[in-house]
Design a protein around this ligand. Structure first.
Ligand code: ACO
Length: 429
């Protein structure tokens, strides 16, 4: 396209600058040449929550928030949810293409045979209080894996890097399930290599005294699809944490622990837990209008609604709503579903939500499914973390191999005190 530039006139000096526009963006560093006076540092952009700042170039995930489109490496999420499985999607995210049959077999084999964790990890998991939150346990045990694999810090050795990627994807369900078993006082269940990724996770969560755990195929598939839907979502809060922490070049276990911590908050991966609390608090359909009134008055937010990027129906929420019906047909309907459906119906007709383009997001229905499967609310973010690990690692690897990579170090607008001299304690008023 001709004339892909931006002309800026600085009214402070009357000077004009021509700045290149590439991929619909200008380089923030190109602003630095714009100086109000001699010795001025140069112009910066101010973007507190990075709402309008592209922090990287990426080839992994594409989102069109207005149209409700989500693509992994170009493939629509709807097709992947219907036809693929989580491990194949993880491969796609990490390596850019769907695997061939032999690549797929090797990949599944490698992941399956890395699922066992060092016995010492079990020992320090035992040290947590009985009521420790599983996310807290996951953050610290994932971080601690770096001490078991010290070679992991050789992040530019591709062979070593790939082994850590395999380990993280394969051990995450084991650590997650162990943290759950710890909180309910049940013995840890070791991985079963005959089962699928999702089936083995269910085995480690729920196996009791039976010799062989047989996952219910509908639930196993539902978990697998939920993992696909949560696998990546471009530069969200936890992925930005992964890239940001990763930019100082620690091992991937440490960076992943930071990403899980970012996921934990109620505005991100913790939202599905909050949705259940909210639905329970509402209690019955007739209380919904009163609840919505309070949301509109700004007393609190409708959890599972709204999204920084989607300004239409989150495509993942559509798929999850469908899975919810399938799962409930097998294991009985979650009584909170009717409240959720009615809440959605009322909200989507309400001017407040319509005007602000607030729609159900991925978390609105996922908690209901997890709860019906017998998963405690404290495990919801943990499930999200298992799924997102492949996305975090894909983004981490892309960042590491990016020729423009540098340590992340944003600027600030300093509005504090000017230089002043220290006042001894006895002289302070
Ligand atoms: N309920 C009620 N009002 C809302 C909600 C909500 N869930 N979300 C946004 N709004 C309102 C805001 O009050 C604001 O209104 P105003 O213009 O009158 O002040 C307007 O919509 C815009 O809101 P922002 O906070 O600017 O939107 P932002 O993009 O920063 O926030 C977020 C996105 C954090 C997801 C927000 O919608 C929210 O808090 N949702 C509830 C938590 C949630 O479900 N998080 C999960 C997100 S999906 C994920 O992380 C996997």
């Amino acid at each position: 396209m001709a004339n892909e530039t931006l002309t800026i006139t600085d009214n402070r000096t009357g000077k004009t600058y021509e700045i290149p526009v590439t991929h619909g963006t200008i380089r923030a560093m190109d602003l630095r040449q714009i100086k109000g006076s001699e010795g001025d540092f140069g112009l910066m952009s101010y973007d507190p929550a990075l709402e309008n700042t592209a922090s990287c170039k990426s080839k992994i995930t594409y989102i069109d928030g207005d149209k409700g489109i989500l693509l992994y490496r170009g493939y629509p999420i709807e097709q992947l949810a219907e036809k693929s499985d989580y491990l194949e999607v993880a491969y796609l995210l990490l390596y850019g293409e769907l695997p061939t049959e032999s690549q797929y077999k090797k990949w599944v084999h490698d992941i399956t045979y890395h699922t066992i964790i060092h016995e010492k990890v079990k020992k320090f998991m035992d040290g947590y209080r009985h009521d420790a939150h599983p996310v807290g346990m996951l953050i610290s045990t994932v971080g601690a894996l770096s001490t078991f694999y010290p070679e992991a810090k050789e992040i530019f050795n591709s062979e070593i890097r790939e082994i850590q990627i395999n380990r993280l994807i394969s051990k995450m369900p084991t650590l997650a399930a162990f943290s759950y078993r710890h909180t309910v006082g049940l013995p840890y269940v070791y991985p079963d290599n005959d089962l699928s990724y999702a089936g083995n996770f269910l085995n480690m969560m729920f196996k009791m005294t039976e010799l062989k755990y047989k996952p219910n195929p509908v639930i196993e598939r539902a978990i697998d699809i939920l993992f696909i839907l949560h696998a990546d979502h471009e530069q969200n809060c936890s992925t930005s944490a992964m890239r940001s922490v990763g930019s100082s070049l620690p091992d991937p276990y440490s960076a992943t622990a930071a990403a899980i911590a970012a996921l934990y908050g109620p505005l991100h991966g913790g939202a599905n837990e909050e949705v259940l609390h909210m639905l329970k608090e509402i209690g019955s359909k007739d209380k919904i209008p009163e609840y919505i009134k309070k949301v509109k008055a700004g007393e609190f937010r409708l959890m599972g609604f709204g999204h920084r990027v989607y300004k239409s129906y989150d495509p993942r929420a559509k798929i999850i709503k469908q899975i919810a019906h399938e799962v409930f047909e097998v294991i009985g309907k979650n009584p909170l579903l009717d409240i959720a459906l009615e809440l959605e119906r009322i909200a989507l007709e309400d001017e407040y939500f319509v005007k602000r383009r607030l729609y159900p997001n991925v978390d609105f229905y996922s908690g209901l499914i997890y709860q019906s499967m017998g998963l405690p609310t404290s495990m919801f973010t943990v499930l999200f973390a298992i799924a997102r690990t492949s996305g975090w690692l894909s983004q981490w690897k892309e960042m590491l191999l990016d020729e423009e990579r540098k340590i992340v170090r944003p600027r600030q607008v300093y509005l504090g005190s000017d230089r002043r001299d220290y006042v001894p304690l006895e002289e302070r008023g």
